[in-house]
Design a protein around this ligand. Structure first.
Ligand code: SAM
Length: 282
C-alpha cells in the first residue's frame, strides 16, 4: 500500500516576529542578535514550532510573553546559544593559571576556588581540573584544595557537561591521545572523564544577567567567549559584578579575542606565555 506523507512548510519569519524574538532573547540572556540574523532565528526556532505544534512565530512570541510555559522559555534560549568549546582552549590561560596564579596565591586561606562562568559542554571546567590536579601532584607541599564551580545558562549544556562523557569529535578537539589516556576512562566508543577529576566540580545553572550573590567569592574566574554576545553595557555590568565576586587580587580571564571593559578601574593587566589575564587591584 502506498504511504502518504503530509508535509507542512515552516511558517515564514516576519520582520515584527524577528524583532520580538530578538528583544525577548536579549532580555532573557543578554545575547544581542545583530542585523541579518533572521535565518538563524528561523532555522533554530522553526524546529521548536513543529515540536510544540505552534502555527507561527507570532504564536511562539505570545507563548513566551504569557509566562505560561517556562519550559518553552528555556528551550528558546538554549536553542539560541552558541556552545562552541574544546579542551585546553587558549592554552596560555592554563599555563598562567598553574605557573603564575596558583603559586602566587599559595598562602591564601581556604580552598582555591575557580568559577567557569559559561562552561558549555564542560571542556573548560574539566580542563581546569586536569591542569590543577597535575599542578598539585607536582607540588606536593601545596596545601590548598581545589573547588571548581561550573555554570551556564543552558540546561541542556549543563546536563551534558555533568555527565562527563564525550564521543566523536569532542574526544579529539584540543586533546592529545596521551592526555586522553591519562584523564579519561574508555566507555565503548566514548570516553568518560576520570571520577577523581569530576569530584572537584559542581555544576549549576547561573544566568550572567542575574545576581552572583549565591556563588561566594573566587580566586579565579574564567569568563571566556560569552561576553562577545552581549551589548557593551551588559558586558561592562557583568565585569563589574565579577570584580565583586573575586577575592582580593583574584584573577579574571576573558577569551583571547575579547577585551576588558573596566570603567571602574578594578583590574590591572598581567601577561605571560603569550596570554593576558586581569588581576583585581585590591
Ligand atoms: C561559546 S560557549 C563558551 C564556552 C567556554 N567558556 C569556552 O570558552 O570554550 C558560550 C556559552 O555561554 C553560555 N551563555 C550564553 N549566554 C549566557 C548567559 N546569559 N549566562 C550564562 N551563560 C550564557 C552559552 O549557553 C554557551 O554555553
Amino acid at each position: 500500500m502506498a504511504e502518504h506523507y503530509s508535509y507542512t512548510a515552516q511558517p515564514r519569519l516576519q520582520q515584527q516576529e524577528y524583532c520580538d524574538l530578538r528583544d525577548y532573547l536579549q532580555k532573557a540572556s543578554g545575547i544581542v542578535l545583530g542585523e541579518g540574523k533572521e535565518y538563524l532565528v528561523s532555522s533554530r526556532l522553526g524546529k521548536l514550532l513543529r515540536e510544540h505544534r505552534l502555527d507561527s512565530f507570532a504564536e511562539l512570541v505570545r507563548e513566551l510573553n504569557s509566562g505560561r510555559n517556562p519550559r518553552l522559555r528555556t528551550l528558546v534560549v538554549d536553542a539560541m546559544t552558541t556552545n562552541e568549546t574544546f579542551w585546553f582552549r587558549d592554552m596560555a590561560h592554563f599555563q598562567l593559571l598553574t605557573e603564575v596564579i596558583m603559586p602566587e596565591r599559595a598562602a591564601e586561606p581556604g580552598a582555591f576556588r575557580v568559577w567557569s562562568a559559561a562552561c558549555s559542554s564542560g571542556q573548560e571546567p574539566y580542563s581546569l581540573s586536569m591542569v590543577m590536579d597535575d599542578f598539585r601532584k607536582k607540588n606536593i607541599g601545596y596545601r590548598r584544595s581545589v573547588e571548581i564551580t561550573a555554570t551556564d545558562l543552558s540546561e541542556q549544556m549543563l546536563a551534558d557537561a555533568a555527565k562527563g562523557l564525550y564521543c566523536g569529535m569532542a574526544t579529539v578537539r584540543g586533546i592529545t591521545p596521551e592526555q586522553r589516556k591519562r584523564y579519561f576512562v574508555p566507555r565503548g566508543d566514548c570516553f568518560e572523564v576520570n571520577p577523581d577529576l569530576r569530584r572537584v566540580i559542581s555544576f549549576r545553572k547561573q544566568n550572567l544577567m542575574d545576581s552572583f550573590a549565591g556563588l561566594g567569592r573566587f580566586d579565579v574566574i574564567f569568563c571566556r567567549n560569552v561576553l562577545i554576545y552581549f551589548s557593551a553595557a551588559t558586558k561592562a555590568d557583568v565585569i563589574a559584578r565579577m570584580a565583586q565576586s573575586l577575592k582580593p587580587r583574584g584573577y579574571l580571564l576573558l577569551g583571547s579575542t575579547e577585551s576588558l571593559s573596566d570603567s571602574q578601574g578594578n583590574f590591572e593587566m598581567v601577561t605571560g606565555h603569550g596570554g593576558i589575564v586581569y588581576r583585581r587591584k585590591t
